[in-house]
Design a protein around this ligand. Structure first.
Ligand SMILES: [Zn+2]
Length: 198
């Protein structure tokens, strides 16, 4: 059953460690749906995307731009490594969905592209995705299983916003809670009920 998951407005803490800055991670909502980001996002830009089922998606290196032309437009093709080997897709995706079959490339050219792809992957290593204890998080782990109950991250108010509020005094813009870095999400309504009766 695919249920719509009503993500709370406040960033909920998950049992994941940001591979870029080592901070705790929270669920955030973006234009394309929920994703995981460091509590220091957007200062820390690293994000972990979720698949259609809300599972952890492993990061992939950026595609390698080739000199091969897309069969549909004149745009160059991107080379990526998929689960079933390298594949070529238009660099204008999603505007153009042109593809070229890897098998249609002659073997000598395939070998050259393979070497270039390997060098490219070494230049863009992908981090290991882990829980907060450092254990590797399997790909596809549902994010709902990673949510820390009652864990809503205290996000610092931007220093400039604090200044606008009149001076950065007191607690420095943090929302006070009853635990370090946490505050119970009492206001959270994660189970909206249907109105019963008229
Ligand atoms: Zn194209």
């Amino acid at each position: 059953m695919t249920a719509h998951i009503p993500w709370p407005l406040l960033p909920e803490l998950v049992d994941m460690r940001c591979p870029e800055d080592g901070s705790d991670m929270v669920i955030r909502n973006g234009r394309f749906g929920p994703f995981l980001a460091s509590v220091d996002y957007p200062k820390t830009t690293y994000v972990i995307n979720l698949d259609k089922k809300g599972g952890i998606k492993y990061p992939v290196p950026p595609p390698l731009l080739t000199e091969l032309a897309c069969p549909k437009w004149e745009a160059p093709l991107n080379l990526r490594r998929g689960k079933r080997g390298p594949w070529l897709g238009c660099s204008r995706f999603p505007k153009c969905r042109g593809r070229q079959a890897w098998s249609s490339i002659d073997e000598a050219e395939q070998a050259v592209l393979e070497r270039e792809l390997e060098a490219h992957e070494q230049k863009h290593p992908v981090p290991v995705i882990t829980h907060r204890d450092g254990k590797v998080t399997p790909e596809g782990t549902p994010v709902v299983a990673l949510v820390i109950p009652g864990g809503v991250a205290e996000l610092e108010v931007h220093p400039e916003a604090v200044a606008e509020l009149g001076g950065g005094e007191g607690d420095g813009g943090l929302v006070r809670g009853n635990g370090p870095g946490f505050r119970p999400s009492a206001a959270r309504n994660d189970c909206p009920r249907r109105r019963s009766g008229p």
